[in-house]
Write a protein that binds this ligand. Structure first.
Ligand code: GLN
Length: 453
């Protein structure tokens, strides 16, 4: 725990040097592939200095799509396998300024496309609750690293659930702030109108602390501009559950656990209403149409000429066919397809309109409710390989997480409980979504729910 680490270093009960050594040792002996590169240069050069600052050299992992000057930032793709960052991402710089030790890069699905880390060019990470199971993704390495104590907290990015879904499957807390709350400067774009930097932590208090450090305006990312901080405490404890989440994709055991949790909340004075948001039945299509269209344009810069993998003779097509994995190619094709002149009106434009409609509906609902609550995922972690040949099954992982990205609202996943499958005990999460720019209020509510467990 990050806050406990700071406290213990300050009261002299914990030696930060030893703690950092032990953490690095853990990473070196771990067999779960949570990290893909360690920042040896940064660790040895900056460690002494960082320990003197407020975070006291707290070891923090960052997803492999975040830049730290001079260190490899590969996005877990062959395309950027040897690419070294020419500058540092704002979110990382802010943590460095406060004394974090950004120890290394966490594994992820290639360019953050996926829900399992199986699309990583290097290797899949392994779920600490079942070594032959996926940890979720795309920020799967970050979730495993936090769950197993290979760092005190980690950064991830969340375009459609990539922080919350792995957090749920690994029993940690995953927080995606309001769109634009934390600068994305220096973070590889997947789909720019969805992407958000967020945190994987052991406690809500840790998420609060990291948000406080990283949030705020950045001249280099104008989506951060309109943010003023609001700190309100929930008074009504009035929350809504959309009826549309109860589809056949929802594992009956997850549903039972979710209903139990709702009973517990009612017992603690929460008012719970079941409501209808019919558009939620279409979020899968909306998300995959819009995010693919955007990523197609963002990945255009990887053309084999400027940086990254280069096929001899600067052959654009050869470079891209050799350096991108299957999932990336699939989405590039989908993205190009939906914006083609003849398809634009059929797919892209209606999806944009529906996205706006969903965003408006959420804003209306947050006039009445403090939060909208769902399970984080419809099912616990699946076995490695179980869904790799069936994209639709894999895409169902995002059923409950994509709405928050479509609407740009903050959302958090907390551990909800465990499901027993034979010998295995697998965690699942509960998700709270809150009103745009009311991140602090959502975190306060999350803390109340955290205390119940
Ligand atoms: N699993 C989702 C996808 O595959 C979300 C990815 C993300 O949030 N980066 O697109």
């Amino acid at each position: 725990m990050l806050t406990a680490y700071i406290k213990n270093v300050e009261n002299g009960t914990l030696n930060p040097q030893n703690f950092i050594d032990e953490t690095l040792q853990k990473i070196q002996t771990a067999k779960d592939n949570a990290f893909v590169h360690l920042h040896h240069q940064h660790i040895s050069r900056d460690r002494e200095e960082q320990i003197k600052k407020p975070l006291h050299g707290a070891p923090i992992g960052i997803k492999d799509n975040m830049m730290l000057t001079g260190e490899i930032t590969s996005c877990c793709s062959k395309m950027l396998e040897t690419y070294k960052a020419p500058y540092t991402a704002t979110c990382c710089q802010k943590l460095l300024d406060k004394g974090a030790l950004l120890i290394g890069k966490n594994n992820m699905d290639e360019f953050a496309m996926g829900s399992s880390t199986e699309h990583s060019y290097f290797w899949p990470s392994k779920n600490p609750h079942g070594i032959d199971r996926i940890p979720g993704g795309s920020s799967g390495g970050s979730a495993v690293a936090v769950a197993t104590g290979q760092c005190l907290a980690a950064l991830g990015t969340d375009t459609g659930g990539s922080i919350r879904q792995p957090a749920a499957l690994c029993w940690v807390i995953g927080f995606k702030p309001t769109y634009g709350k934390i600068s994305r400067y220096g973070v590889q774009s997947l789909s720019s109108s969805f992407d958000q930097v967020g945190t994987l932590t052991k406690t809500v208090a840790d998420a609060k602390l990291l948000l406080e450090i990283m949030a705020g305006e950045d001249e280099n990312d104008l989506t951060t501009k309109e943010h003023e901080t609001t700190v309100t405490t929930s008074k009504t404890k009035k929350v809504a559950i959309p009826n549309q989440i109860f589809t056949e994709a929802l594992d009956p055991k997850v549903e039972a656990l979710f209903r139990q949790k709702l009973d517990q909340l009612t017992g603690k004075g929460f008012q719970i209403d079941f409501i209808d948001i019919p558009l939620l039945l279409h979020v899968g299509a909306l998300y995959y149409i819009l995010m693919s269209a955007e990523l197609t344009s963002n990945l255009g810069r990887l053309d084999g000429m400027r940086f990254g993998f280069q096929k001899e003779g600067y052959d654009y097509a050869q470079t891209r066919s050799e350096a991108f994995g299957k999932e990336v190619k699939k989405r590039l094709m989908l993205g190009n397809y939906v914006v083609l002149h003849e398809n634009y009106k059929t797919y892209y434009k209606p999806a944009l309109q529906a996205r706006q409609e969903l965003t408006n509906q959420f804003s209306q609902l947050f006039k009445t409710y403090d939060a909208i609550i769902t399970p984080t995922t419809p099912a616990p972690a699946s076995k490695i390989g179980a869904k790799t040949t069936d994209s639709l099954k894999m895409y169902l992982e995002d059923l409950y997480t994509t709405p928050a990205n479509l609407a740009g609202i903050p959302a958090i996943s907390l551990p909800m409980g465990t499901i027993t499958q034979g010998e295995e005990v697998l965690p699942v999460g509960i998700q709270l979504m809150g009103a745009k720019r009311e991140d602090e209020k959502l975190l306060n509510l999350a803390e109340m729910i955290e205390e119940l467990s």
